[in-house]
Design a protein around this ligand. Structure first.
Ligand SMILES: [Zn+2]
Length: 298
């Protein structure tokens, strides 16, 4: 082999290794946050979950939605421990956080949620599935079986599993009716569900924008070292403050446009928040976010 040939070959090998690594790096990741505590971070702002490995078994926080992602979450848990999943917590009713419940029932003690989450899963089942299939495609609900929470609460609940303590706390209507977040006081880790998004516009249609601002304020009262948002990468208090900034800027801009006499359709067409233009779903969801705030102001 000539020198030039050898060089070309090594460049080829390096490129190949790089591509293989890229392929392996693709897909959601499980990140260890503390002893036994993991964040499962979706790709490109898609849904996050968490899991906590205890002496007695595993607690899953949000079971994902599309079949394939729920199974990926299950295999990421299996890669860390062979202990059974004993609890699943649903932070709110949205299918991307709950439709995977059926894949974690084998050794389950209970699925736990706010009472309203269980009610909404039942009441909205048909329309909810229809919307989900439009978004995630027909394969996403293959063999789907609605799998409801069995333990519900309305204010707060302390879940002790093995040596771990999880505080489940509800907030007034914010992202949905029935949102909860999960705080682990010893580890200072907070699983925010969709009360927090990082680098992505939220889905707001089931919630209340002022309630969403207040919920972020409540999250900020915790001295959480790490926050796992419902969507987007691992977060801290600065990310929570940035998300609150989006919500308050959106509210202020819609109010300004409305007070200048703009109709709902005009506001949807004209709204711009350039500070957030690099966030995921900026073009797709900004008009809908603005419309939601506009109707709230009526
Ligand atoms: Zn949601």
């Amino acid at each position: 082999m000539t020198l030039r040939c050898a060089r070309a070959f090594s460049v080829f090998l390096i490129t190949l290794l790089f591509l293989v690594n890229m392929a392996e790096g693709a897909g959601p990741e499980a990140i260890r946050l503390a002893d036994g505590v993991y964040a499962f971070i979706g790709e490109n702002g898609s849904t996050n979950s968490g899991f906590v490995v205890t002496e007695e078994g595993v607690v899953v926080i949000d079971s994902q939605g599309p079949r394939e992602l729920a199974l990926t979450l299950r295999s990421k848990i299996r890669a860390v421990t062979d202990k059974p999943v004993i609890y699943v917590i649903n932070t709110h009713y949205h299918g991307d956080h709950t439709f995977g419940n059926q894949y974690f029932t084998e050794n389950l003690i209970a699925i736990v949620s706010h009472e309203a989450t269980r009610e909404l899963l039942i009441e909205r089942d048909a329309g909810h599935r229809e919307m989900f299939l439009k978004f995630f495609g027909p394969e996403s609900l293959l063999d789907f079986k609605l799998t409801l929470p069995q333990v519900t609460f309305t204010e707060r609940l302390t879940l002790r599993a093995g040596e771990k303590t999880l505080e489940l706390v509800s907030v007034p209507k914010a992202h949905t009716e029935g949102d909860i977040y999960v705080y682990m006081p010893e580890e200072k880790i907070l699983f925010a569900g969709d009360l927090l998004y990082k680098g992505r516009l939220p889905f707001m249609n089931d919630g209340d924008s002022l309630g969403a601002v207040k919920a972020v304020d409540e999250l900020l009262t915790y001295g959480a070292a790490r926050i796992v948002p419902g969507h987007g990468g691992l977060s801290d208090r600065d990310d929570a403050a940035a998300y609150k900034g989006y919500l308050t800027d959106l509210r202020a801009e819609v109010k300004r446009l409305k007070e200048s006499g703009k109709t709902l359709e005009e506001v949807k067409g004209e709204i711009r928040l350039p500070k957030y233009s690099l966030w995921y779903m900026y073009n797709e969801w900004l008009p809908a976010n603005a419309a939601k705030v506009y109707t709230e102001l009526d």
